[in-house]
Design a binder for this molecule. Structure first.
Ligand SMILES: C[S@@+](CC[C@H](N)C(=O)[O-])C[C@H]1O[C@@H](n2cnc3c(N)ncnc32)[C@H](O)[C@@H]1O
Length: 329
């Protein structure tokens, strides 16, 4: 069989997909197609688009498989209706717009692949980087189902008094969901001050701020305490760190946890032979662009860092999403 260029063409036009989806979300196209669908002319009128623009976006979204078309009427797919209509609890439009705005970063990849370090000082290591202020709420709805899965596994709804430390908690999504589930729980989030401010507003919407404490600081230098917490959370952080920095942080987690306490890690984890979820594999390039020493790490890396820092039981749980949950005790 002759090789076809299909995969190359698809990869080569990735920027088109980000552009079309970003423009559609900007103009609330999915909301305007809900619930009964619309012709391109109707879409143009409802969304305030030019007729030519509405037709091009409808064609592009159809090409991407994000809408359907029958008799000239465009309709949302079940996925688009679920994830791309503003106001739905599962809305991912903020994340789409974040990726759209971040697209120019990728033009630096050839240089960064040569040097091995980002070409700007604007990296994940920069204190109080405004980048996080936009990212943390944009990814909150991606973290939410993971927080729910972890809560189920940790039986948090049993209502036992429980205290946790969320390092780099971002929007505060884990604490918001967990505090709502368990009225006797107490949460502490350690993050940069600018991000903690956003988290306090975010958690307020869940009505649980009285049990949500924030500590401002750089987790590399902060003291996590001694035998204070039942659970510690490290969600979507390990990938921005070097291996020695992860080991140093895991050591502080072990000390901060009560005996028998659980460290929960959520991250994009590869198999030991570096195969894995396509998102996790491509994420290594994102870390190359955004961090001085981060990467996508393998199960074997986590196991060895966790064993070295006193966690004897390490369990990897697939989620059906790009992230893996790791429960270490
Ligand atoms: C990718 S976000 C993850 C947010 C959240 N844990 C989640 O999974 O949705 C990374 C978070 O780590 C925080 N962070 C990164 N480096 C940090 C540092 N050195 N000290 C404190 N917080 C840091 C960022 O402000 C941001 O909130």
């Amino acid at each position: 069989m002759h090789p076809t260029p299909d995969k190359i063409m698809q990869a080569n036009h990735g920027a088109w997909s980000v552009g079309i989806l970003g423009a559609a979300v900007t103009h609330s196209v999915f909301r305007h197609l809900d619930p009964d669908g619309a012709t391109a002319e109707e879409l143009a009128r409802k969304a305030g688009l030019s007729p030519r623009g509405a037709q091009a976006l409808a064609d592009g979204l159809l090409g991407l498989g994000l809408i359907t078309q029958a008799d000239g009427v465009y309709r949302n797919t079940p996925e688009s209706a679920h994830f791309l209509i503003e106001g739905n609890p599962s809305y991912l439009g903020e994340f789409v717009l974040f990726s759209f705005a971040d697209m120019t970063r990728w033009s630096k990849l050839p240089d960064v692949a040569r040097t091995g370090v980002p070409s700007t000082n604007d990296t994940a290591e920069t204190p109080e980087n405004p980048f996080w202020e936009k990212l943390v709420t944009a990814i909150a709805n991606l973290s939410a189902p993971l927080a729910q899965m972890a809560a189920d596994r940790l039986s948090l709804n049993r209502g036992d008094p429980v205290r946790w430390l969320d390092v780099g908690g971002g929007s505060g999504i884990y604490s918001a969901i967990w505090l709502e589930l368990n009225p006797k729980a107490q949460a502490t989030q350690l993050d940069w001050p600018n991000v903690n401010g956003i988290a306090r507003e975010f958690v307020k919407k869940f009505g649980v701020t009285d049990r949500f404490r924030t500590v401002d600081g750089d987790f590399h230098h902060a003291d996590f305490g001694n035998s204070e917490y039942d659970i510690a959370i490290y969600s979507h952080i390990a990938h921005q760190e070097t291996p020695p920095d992860n080991v140093a942080t895991f050591r502080k987690f072990r000390r901060a946890l009560k005996p028998g306490g659980t460290l929960l890690i959520s991250d994009f984890v590869l198999n030991d032979d570096r195969s894995g979820h396509p998102f996790a594999l491509m994420f290594a390039s994102m870390m190359l662009l955004q961090t001085k020493g981060g990467s996508t790490y393998r199960k074997a890396d986590y196991r060895s860092w966790l064993n070295e820092t006193g966690f004897s039981s390490v369990e990897f749980v697939s989620t059906g999403m790009p992230a893996t949950l790791i429960f270490a005790r």
